[in-house]
Design a protein around this ligand. Structure first.
Ligand code: 5AD
Ligand code: SF4
Length: 446
């Protein structure tokens, strides 16, 4: 009988990729079959997030719901890892609230999950392993299920301490991977047929500042692309304060680098940006976006925006709306500020009532949706290049993204997953695009 595993992932792409590492470790340790539901799994791993309160509540609810399953089938193992466990005192709180959990492990302990499984089998009581920073594991241990897309970490942690953010506390200080290891991993993925690589780090612009190799992030991009054929290279996330000319040039010159930059702005009021410790003004941000679009015609920018930060007034909020209009984002992730214990902002006076936050986020979302829909409309009748990544059984359509991250759907008699497909857009009424695909191997037409 094959032993089965089920991984529940919350949060960002970093976590999605780390769940691939967890899957890799589980598969090396006798759990060879992924299963759809938690109820049947021999091991369930929760890879948690704590960036906002609702992410935590979500995980807590789902872990709690396993109590009955565990009682009915005590041989099932339950492990909880990820950012939530790394907060001060969180592991103890988890143990108390969910005594049926078998293993609690921190973000710095993930790579030792195999060892933990062995140690747990030798003891009855729960195993808790949450330590502070550790050395980087350079080997690619991931079991990837996202073909033709692949994530590659280039660095871990964050040194920025934006005043609202828990990440520097749960992920530790910036630690960059060896450039040779990163380049080797990307090239080996390309050899295996992966077609889109996303480099991951909390602040990719400060890549390798903690190392002596003297390789900057733009240089890393150049080395990754050197001598390579067609593929897509993306990266996230860039902090606007460190987003410089050298990077703009690399994006402009390297055909493989997607002309789409995710540049979180967070707010449009200088007073709020200062309180957030973001180290740029709204004007500086906008001028970076402008320079980028001027140097790279057609370049698109996406962003993260937060509303309801402590002391945010209606006037501050209107400045955010105004910045959104000026920057002309192609998409934006919008968030309500969430008070995170241990951060500077959690202690600030002037926390904003929930009703005000809700009202503001609704206005912001409305504006963002309006802009995104208007951008979609401009695609109508055009031909876009989709990297086909999956087949949607329900809709009976193949799907994939264009260079700018728009999802496109098209019918096909043959499997096109892993191919670059030229798609003529026939419907662009929502955020997604629909169209018809040119046949495989069709001649490129302008
Ligand atoms: N509350 C709300 N949103 C947050 N983010 C980070 N911390 C918080 C918080 N405490 C958002 C930021 C960041 C994105 C990943 O999550 O916008 O860019
Ligand atoms: Fe958090 Fe700021 Fe670091 Fe991003 S740059 S992870 S928002 S502290």
């Amino acid at each position: 009988m094959q032993k089965t595993y089920h991984i529940v992932t919350y949060g960002c792409q970093m976590n999605v990729h780390e769940s691939e590492k967890i899957a890799g470790i589980l598969r090396q340790n006798g759990y060879t079959q992924a299963c759809e539901t938690v109820e049947e799994a021999d091991i369930v791993v929760f890879n948690t997030c704590c960036i906002r309160e609702n992410a935590e509540n979500h995980a807590m609810g789902n872990i709690g719901a396993l109590k009955k399953v565990k009682r009915a089938r005590p041989s099932m193992l339950i492990a909880v890892g990820g950012c939530m466990t790394q907060q001060d005192g969180a592991a103890q709180r988890l143990r108390k609230k969910f005594p049926f959990v078998d293993i609690v492990f921190g973000t710095h302990n993930l790579e030792d999950l195999g060892g933990m499984l062995a140690r747990k089998s030798a003891q009855k009581k729960a195993l808790v392993e949450v330590t502070q920073e550790k050395a980087i594991e350079e080997a690619d241990i991931s079991y990837r299920t996202s073909y033709p897309n692949a994530w590659v970490n280039i660095m871990y942690g964050c040194n920025n301490f934006c005043s609202y953010c828990i990440v520097p506390y749960v992920r530790g200080r910036e630690r960059s991977r060896d450039p040779q290891a990163v380049i080797g991993e990307v090239h080996s993925l390309l050899e295996k047929g992966y077609r889109e690589i996303t480099l991951l780090g909390q602040n990719v612009n400060s890549y390798a500042e903690d190392r002596a190799d003297g390789v900057t992030f733009p240089q890393l991009l150049r080395r990754i692309c050197a001598g390579q054929g067609k593929f897509r290279l993306r990266f996230m996330t860039s902090n606007p304060k460190d987003f410089g000319e050298e990077l703009v040039e690399a994006i402009a010159e390297l055909p493989q680098v997607c002309k789409l930059v995710h540049l979180p702005v967070q707010a449009g009021s200088d007073r709020i940006l200062k309180l957030m410790n973001r180290k740029y003004t709204a004007r500086e941000y906008l001028s970076k976006v402008e320079r980028l679009k001027k140097r790279i015609p057609g370049c698109e920018v996406t962003t993260d925006i937060m509303v309801g930060f402590p002391t945010e007034t209606e006037e501050d909020f209107l400045q955010t709306l105004s910045l959104v209009r000026q920057a002309d984002f192609s998409a934006a992730f919008t968030f309500v500020y969430s008070r995170r214990q241990g951060t500077k902002a959690a202690e600030m006076e002037g926390q904003i009532p929930e009703a005000v936050q809700k009202e503001r986020i609704m206005r912001l979302v409305e504006l963002v949706n309006e802009q995104t829909r208007a951008k979609s409309q401009t695609y109508l009748g055009k031909t876009v290049e989709i990297l086909c990544e999956d087949h949607d059984k329900k809709r009976g359509l193949y799907l994939g993204r264009d260079e700018y991250g728009r999802m496109g759907y098209f019918p096909s008699e043959v499997n096109r997953v892993g191919e670059f497909v030229r798609m003529k857009v026939t419907d662009a009424s929502g955020i997604s695009l629909y169209g018809t695909a040119e046949a495989a191997g069709a001649k490129e037409s302008e």
